[in-house]
Design a protein around this ligand. Structure first.
Ligand code: NDP
Length: 256
């Protein structure tokens, strides 16, 4: 098999929420495969720091500070890309937040915030990116980050579960509408991964033991273990794969 199948030289990838965690790792991995990357987050200093670290690794990196859930901010960011001549070939909708609370106590504001950031934002950013991909006529790749909860519900994370279930179907809706423009939209469903999002859970001995006992791999996943799947879904190797979700979970769903 030719390694050029996975070559991203000449491509530009926007990874939302990529100043840290899984997003940073994916930006670094796509960059290592040859892509220029645009780092996004809400904190200017964190974005600048991530851009500097990627440049130190020889990756052509740019920063873009905006809130993915803010429609006007998303539109303004893409107008800035247009002015800078940044044409996005690969979009990774990665930005996300978690909120743990039983539904009986859940406020609608928290419900909405989680849905807006984890699901509506992927539509907003995806729409702006796809409009330009269609206009350019060169196709493109969209990778939406779902979760185990795209498949299986967990207690105390209802809006997150609903949003991540929606991510799986958003990829299918994008595939249904945009395959004709040579755009492939797929999802990745990570298992329990060691990032800031899970600090409290890792430090909870009961939860930590449950993760290890319920997963055939008997351990948490590492952010870098998602890179291969992201590069595959961003590259020509997946040109006839559309609307799918690939779980990267150490086998957790296999034994559920
Ligand atoms: P982190 O909490 O470590 O990082 C989340 C990132 O998203 C940060 O860079 C944050 O940047 C950014 N972000 C959050 N809200 C916004 C926003 N409104 N606009 C722009 N950026 C935003 O999380 P992970 O790296 O763990 O998670 C990344 C993705 O993977 C998420 O979609 C998450 O749901 C998913 N996932 C994670 C799993 C895990 O076990 N860790 C498992 C399954 C899925 P900042 O706050 O600086 O703006």
């Amino acid at each position: 098999m030719s390694t050029t199948l996975f070559d991203l030289n000449g491509r530009t990838a926007l990874v939302t929420g990529s100043a840290r965690g899984i997003g940073y790792c994916l930006a670094e991995g796509l960059g290592a495969a040859g892509a220029a990357v645009i780092v996004n987050g809400r904190q200017a200093a964190a974005v600048e720091d991530a851009v500097a670290r990627l440049r130190d690794r020889g990756i052509a990196a740019h920063g873009s500070v905006f809130d993915v859930a803010d429609e006007a901010a998303v539109a303004a960011a893409f107008q800035a890309f247009d002015r800078q001549g940044l044409e996005i070939d690969v979009l990774v909708n990665n930005a996300g937040i978690q909120h743990r609370q039983p539904m009986l106590e859940l406020d609608v504001k928290d419900w909405q915030r989680v849905i807006d950031t984890n699901l509506t934002a992927a539509f907003l950013v995806g729409r702006e990116a796809a409009r330009r991909m269609v206009a350019r006529g060169r196709g493109g790749k969209i990778v939406n980050i779902g979760s185990l909860t795209s498949e299986a519900a967990r207690a105390t994370v209802a809006p997150y579960t609903v949003a991540k279930g929606g991510i799986k179907m958003l990829s299918r809706a994008m595939a249904a509408e945009w395959a004709q423009f040579n755009i492939q939209a797929n999802s990745i469903g990570p298992g329990y991964i060691l990032t800031d999002m899970n600090t409290a859970l890792v430090n909870n001995p009961q939860f930590d033991a449950w993760v290890k006992a319920s997963n055939p791999a008997q351990r948490w996943g590492k952010p870098e273990e998602l890179v291969g799947t992201a590069v595959y879904l961003a590259s020509a190797a997946s040109d006839y794969v559309n609307g799918q979700i690939i779980y990267v979970d150490g086998g957790w769903l296999a034994v559920l």
